[in-house]
Every structure is written in C-alpha cells, then in structure tokens.
Design a protein around this ligand. Sequence first.
Ligand code: UT7
Length: 312
Amino acid sequence: MVGKIVGTGSYVPDTIWDNHKIAQFVETSDEWIRERTGIGKRHIAGVDTTVSMAIEAAKRAVENAITNGAIASGEEIDAIFVCAVAPEILLPAVACEVQKEVGAIHAFAYDMNAACSGFVFAYNQAVSFMNIGMIKTALIIGSEHLSRITDWTDRGSCILFGDGAGAVVVTAASGPLGMVMHSDGSGGAALVCSHDGKMKMDGQKVFRFAVKSVPECVEELMRQMKIKEEDVDYYVLHQANQRIIEAAAKRLKVSMDKIPMNIGEYGNTSSASIPILLDEMNRKGMLEGGKRIVMAGFGAGLSWGAGYVLTQ
Ligand code: UT7
C-alpha cells in the first residue's frame, strides 16, 4: 500500500521581498544570493499566521480532491498532520484548527516538527497508518512562518528563508511500499532556535550534510524498493538551495528535467517547500497520468528522509 496524491493546495502571503530588499538590511547583493542559492525572492507573512496559511492551503487541497472526484467532502479525511517549525500558538495544535475549517469531523489531527524533513516524515507516517489499516485518506500540510524566527541581521541565513504553506490529500492505493527516515542529534547544533529567539545556522555544515544525505537517502529508498531511475518520473526535493539540488542530481545521475524547482520564487519554506512544489506541478498538469514520485527532505535535527508517492 502506498499513498496517491488526489488533491493539492498552497498559499503564500502577498508581500514579496526580493533580494534588493534583503540588501537593505544586510551587506549582500542580488547577484550573490542568486549565484549561491538560486533564490530571487521570498513571500513574507504580514497578517498571515501558521494557522491561517495552513487553513487556506488545506481548503484548496480538499477542494481540489473533491473536484477530482477522489472524495465527496472533508468528512472522508481520516487524519490531518501539520508540520510547522514556528507556530504562533502552542495549543491547540494547528492541525485541529485546520480540522474544523475543512469539515474533517472524523479525522484525528496533530502537529509534527521534523523541521525541513517534516513533510516527508508526515507523509511516511500517513502511509504507515494506511498499511496497518488505520486510515484511508490523509491531509498533510507544511505551514511555515519562518520570517518571525529569521535573524534579519545575519546575512549567512536571512537570505534563505520565506513563508508559505502547502497541503496534499493522499489516499491509500496499491503500489510498492518504501520509506526512509533518519535523525542525527549529534549534529543538531548546525541549526538551532530557542522559543523566544532567532534561527542560528552553520550554513556550510548544513550544506555539506545536505549534499551527502539527500542522494544517499534517495538511493537507500530506491534500493529498498528495488526500483531504478526509469521507474521514477520526478524527484521532488526540499527546496533549500539550488546548488544542493543540482549536486544531488549530479550524484544521482538524474537529469534536471526530472527534478522540478521553484526555490527562485519562494526561497526555503522548510516543510512547506515540497507540498508547495507539488501543488505547482499539479496546476501545470505535471501530475496527470499516474506519475511515480520520489520525495526527499533534510534539515534541522539533523534529520533527513525519503518517501515514494503516486499520482492519479
Ligand atoms: O532547509 C535546511 C536549512 N538550511 C540549508 O539548507 C542551508 C545550507 N547552506 C547554504 O545554503 C549555504 O551555506 C549558504 C547559502 C547559507 C551560504 O553559502 P556558502 O557558499 O556556504 O557561503 P559561505 O558561508 O561559505 O560564505 C562564503 C563567503 C564568506 O566570505 P569570506 O569569508 O569568503 O570573505 C561569507 O562571509 O561569502 C560571505 N557571505 C556573504 N556575502 C554576501 C555569506 N553570506 C553572504 C551574503 N552576501 N548573504
């Protein structure tokens, strides 16, 4: 049993900060940011919150699943998982706030924090529940208000992050099972943030970890599933830095045609990056015709992992 994407949605705030705007706070340039990260701009939440962005993305995903004929209403959703690094509220869970807005009255709902690996971890968890017969349909959301924990005086990190939310409705389908999840707390100091503080990142350390861990976990997943490069239509990777994605493509010997990217538009939106990208692919028709997708995420923890998902 594997997950099949039947609906997607996303929401990003209207306010856009391009690289020139960032250069007003710290000594940097559009040229440096583009060359080192591939990022051109990011969306910044003003009145939006983790909850409001999650709800909007979730509503759009549920609507899309209804339009696709996959579900009749939100009542068919069995579980809701929200991944969020910096929710403004501690209680209730963001997922419960989403539940009441999408009419998922039968769903259980809770939040998870696995940083930028969150979406992949939550998806793998949903698939695990599907395989023990506990759920059939899950709504998985990444909603990140990173601008509120970004240190806007630190040019080594503030150039990267953006706000937004992405949501995906998945249903259980027959297909090959595979999942990979890893954590290494001994490397946790590379990316930290306290409750009332701002993110501190050792960019080079995270970079070195990412270029190794992303291809490794993709290879591990494909070995585990006994699938080959020709069995995968797309590799949807966490959008952290264009150079990390290109390095992973090179190591995996995969053409960039199979590795969609949107980091230029949104920056690094942590656990929201993969579902936002999946939603863009869906709107462009790229998910039509039963696609086979490998997803991989990595980030603070340290944590990294990969998952396999089908489309309608
Ligand atoms: O979602 C997971 C979380 N995070 C990540 O995935 C981040 C992974 N890391 C990265 O993406 C990269 O390490 C960064 C984009 C953060 C930094 O790029 P880098 O190529 O690793 O730069 P660096 O830290 O090695 O710095 C190179 C130089 C330094 O100057 P010197 O010492 O060579 O004179 C920095 O001071 O670039 C300087 N620098 C900058 N210059 C202009 C660092 N940040 C900036 C900046 N603008 N924003």
